[in-house]
Ligand binder design. Structure first.
Ligand code: TA6
Length: 289
């Protein structure tokens, strides 16, 4: 659908449409905040609050082309997280490289503005509702619309904008066990997480994480529901240099904290005709009084 047609069908009440690097995007605007979601990948690319720096990060070298995921914002990793299963191709699934459709948009019952985007293939349907008010709520509903049981893993792969990795820590993980995919070993988090190397960890927790950024003088609360794993990633120097769509020094101003369904004991599944599954991440910025 063209931007004109999208505006005709879904525009108004704080919902508008614009071009974002060649793809149509829906902007949610209200008295609290503004958010922008690309229909390519159903990809949240901006969340702006007054009185603080942008909450989400986007690489200055990101690609914006069909078939490649954007490097930043909130890529939707589905129907698998990480390497492709036997017989499939592409890391982190394929829905982040496909065009999604608008399903609904308008004033959110809880205040602010929402948009629901839709993706469907022969095996599953996704309804992704983004709600912008003082918080940013991302809700991915998975429906097994096929005739067979649906097994999957996935994540809301959120890239947070930070002042400086050396002025940023992650709290509320004390005592949580994690799989360290860099060192390829299990470990337990002791106290606050300070990042001074490549970090690529799957923490086994349903709890929240808190990004404490003394440079931007804020705490970002990353709450989640329906998620048994929190993935934390910073590529650091060497991996940054290996990625074409990532600036060599950009690791200093980004940090990924992802609400994930990455069951470390086999895949997660929905029976044919079974109840839908919801993966939700709620992003809330705390500023000093
Ligand atoms: O979420 C962490 C991770 O799985 C890392 O291993 C790294 O590969 C990152 O995702 C980015 O993956 P992508 O396929 O988007 O380049």
């Amino acid at each position: 659908m063209t931007i004109e047609k999208l505006t005709e069908h879904f525009g108004g009440n704080g919902v508008s449409f614009e071009d974002f690097h060649g793809f149509p995007a829906v902007r949610l605007t209200n008295e609290y905040s503004s958010a922008l979601i690309s229909l390519y990948g159903g990809h949240v690319v901006e969340f702006i609050l007054p009185d603080t720096e942008p909450v989400l990060w986007m690489s200055k070298k990101s690609l914006f082309q069909q078939g490649s995921p954007m490097r930043g914002g909130v890529p939707i990793c589905f129907p698998w997280f990480g390497a492709a299963p036997q017989g499939r191709t592409g890391g982190h699934g394929f829905v982040r490289n496909q065009m999604w459709e608008m399903s609904a948009a308008g004033i959110a019952p809880e205040g602010g503005t929402f948009a629901t985007l839709h993706f469907q293939n022969d095996d599953f349907e996704l309804f992704y509702t983004v709600t912008a008010n003082r918080m940013l709520t991302l809700s991915l509903e998975v429906v097994n619309s096929g005739v067979a049981d649906l097994e999957f893993s996935g994540s809301l792969h959120t890239y947070f904008n930070i002042s400086d990795i050396e002025k940023t820590t992650v709290e509320n993980l004390d005592g949580v066990s994690y799989l360290d995919t860099v060192l390829k070993q299990d470990d337990i988090q002791h106290g606050t997480l300070h990042i001074d190397r490549e970090i690529d960890r799957i923490y086994r927790t349903c709890g929240s994480a808190r990004i404490k950024d003394t440079g931007f003088n804020r705490i970002i609360h990353v709450d989640k529901y329906g998620s048994d794993s929190t993935v934390i990633w910073n590529p650091w120097v060497a991996k940054s240099q290996r990625m074409q769509d990532f600036g060599d020094e950009e690791f200093r101003t980004m940090l990924c904290i992802e609400a994930a369904k990455v069951p470390l004991t086999g895949d997660f599944g929905i029976a044919a005709g079974g109840m839908p599954y919801e993966l939700r991440q709620v992003i809330r910025v705390e500023l000093p009084d």
